[in-house]
Design a protein around this ligand. Structure first.
Ligand SMILES: Nc1ncnc2c1ncn2[C@@H]1O[C@H](COP(=O)(O)OP(=O)(O)OP(=O)(O)O)[C@@H](O)[C@H]1O
Length: 415
């Protein structure tokens, strides 16, 4: 267990961590997430004993780290740091053997148990094939796995990793984080600073969101990775959805519109599929109250709308809307100040709501390929092409807040 109590760290006059307290239970994989400069590395360096705090106490398994000698510290904590290029040219095996230093007397060669640990660490990190090569011949990603191997050979109850996946390709990112997650099953406690929020949410048991040297939020990935907390910490509009494959939170940062658009207060969106999901994502960065439907359950637009806490009218796919659903749809449109028709599919009975639509300012989204566009564009006040940036889409929809049905404006994506 790691216990950080009222930690203060300053560099010169600048306070970097302020009265930070956190307890990390044994066997947990905790991800430190947060913007650049939040203090993640500083916290890791404090826990490892590499940095002496100005105030506060850090204990590992009840032992205050500041009272321990470096050998005792190295038996408790291993570190996979961000900058891993060694100053000298070692063979990979020799480098990984250094992880055994806290267990060996100064001049004794590695014994059988040391060799076993080193072989095991090389094998688990998929680096056995590099054992006899010089570490400075390896690529950044290969070297990173070797540094993790050294930490495994060190066989400590706590492992700290600072951006362990930064230089890894997607395959090795997943491989390394699953390996690290597996270590916790064996009782090890792992704390890692991870920039990639999706990866952190996928592999960590808990996340700790840091900003400006303080903990903004802490809990399960689903608790911590939510739009408001992410926006507060990273200062960027974003949408949190669930990754359809892993089921874990996934963050999409959205470029901030140039100026706040003045949109209608309530917009009803008619559409299904990825184009609708994208439009909903863009609209979700505004204050407009959004509703969607009818949409079949499980459709990506329905899932996105639910993730964004919008009102969604679900209706079975491949069937005509029954009277009840038609009534609900008419009511939703009547309650809106504007409507956007993204895609005219069989799921959307336009004829059933044409009366309601005629009373509202409406926009139609057409495909970039103009030849595929339908007569819909003639029926709407604003026409959007579906590959516009957030700015062009919101600028175009701003026209809907002007209660005019006379002029049709066509908005193309900016080049
Ligand atoms: N040795 C140092 N001397 C002076 N300032 C430092 C030092 N180390 C870190 N800082 C400052 O402390 C703050 C926190 O840095 P830290 O590296 O802990 O952030 P981080 O969250 O790990 O950032 P990143 O995501 O960019 O790696 C930053 O403003 C940084 O400039």
């Amino acid at each position: 267990m790691i216990d950080v109590d009222s930690l203060n760290v300053s560099f010169g006059q600048t306070s970097v961590l302020e009265s930070l307290s956190i307890t990390i239970q044994e066997g947990k994989f905790v991800g430190l997430v947060g913007p650049n400069g939040a203090g993640k590395s500083t916290l890791l360096r404090s826990i490892s004993g590499a940095l002496s705090p100005d105030a506060g106490q850090i204990s590992i398994d009840g032992k205050p780290i500041s009272t321990l000698g470096s050998r005792a510290q190295s038996r408790l904590v291993s570190v996979v740091a961000q900058d891993t290029a060694p100053a000298f040219s070692f063979s990979v095996r020799h480098f990984v053997e250094m992880g055994r230093t806290p267990y060996r007397s100064k001049f004794s060669p590695p014994d059988e148990r040391d060799r076993q640990r080193v072989d095991d660490a090389l094998s688990r990190t998929n680096t056995t094939q590099f054992a006899d090569r010089s570490i400075d011949e390896l690529s950044g990603g290969e070297r990173q796995r070797v540094v993790v191997a050294r930490a495994l050979a060190q066989n400590t109850p706590v492992i700290l990793l600072d951006e362990p996946t930064a230089s890894l390709d997607i395959n090795h990112q997943v491989e390394l984080l699953s390996l690290v997650a597996d270590l916790t099953a064996g009782g090890k406690t792992v704390v890692a600073a991870i920039h990639d929020l999706d990866l952190a949410a996928r592999f960590c048991d808990e996340l700790c969101l840091l900003a400006d040297g303080s903990i903004v939020d802490r809990g399960s990935p689903a608790q911590v990775i939510e739009t408001t907390a992410v926006e507060r910490a990273f200062e960027i509009p974003n949408v949190v959805t669930r990754n359809p494959v892993t089921g874990t939170p996934s963050v999409t940062a959205i470029e901030r519109p140039d100026e706040p658009s003045s949109l209608p207060d309530r917009i009803h969106v008619l559409g299904t599929g990825p184009r609708t999901a994208r439009l909903l994502t863009i609209l979700s960065t505004t204050d407009a109250e959004l509703s969607l439907g009818p949409v079949p359950p499980g459709d990506i637009a329905a899932v996105t709308a639910s993730d964004l806490d919008m009102s969604v009218q679900q209706a079975p796919a491949f069937s005509t809307l029954d009277a009840q659903h038609r009534h609900t749809l008419r009511s939703s449109i009547e309650a809106a100040d504007a409507a956007v028709l993204v895609e005219e599919t069989a799921a959307i009975p336009i004829e059933a709501v044409s009366g309601q639509l005629r009373t509202l300012p409406t926009a139609a989204v057409i495909e970039e390929d103009q030849s595929k566009s339908t007569t819909r564009e003639a029926m709407h006040d604003v026409v959007l092409t579906d590959d516009g940036t957030s700015d062009t889409v919101l600028d175009a929809l701003t026209a809907l807040s002007v209660d005019s049905t006379s002029d049709t404006a066509t908005v193309s994506p900016s080049s």
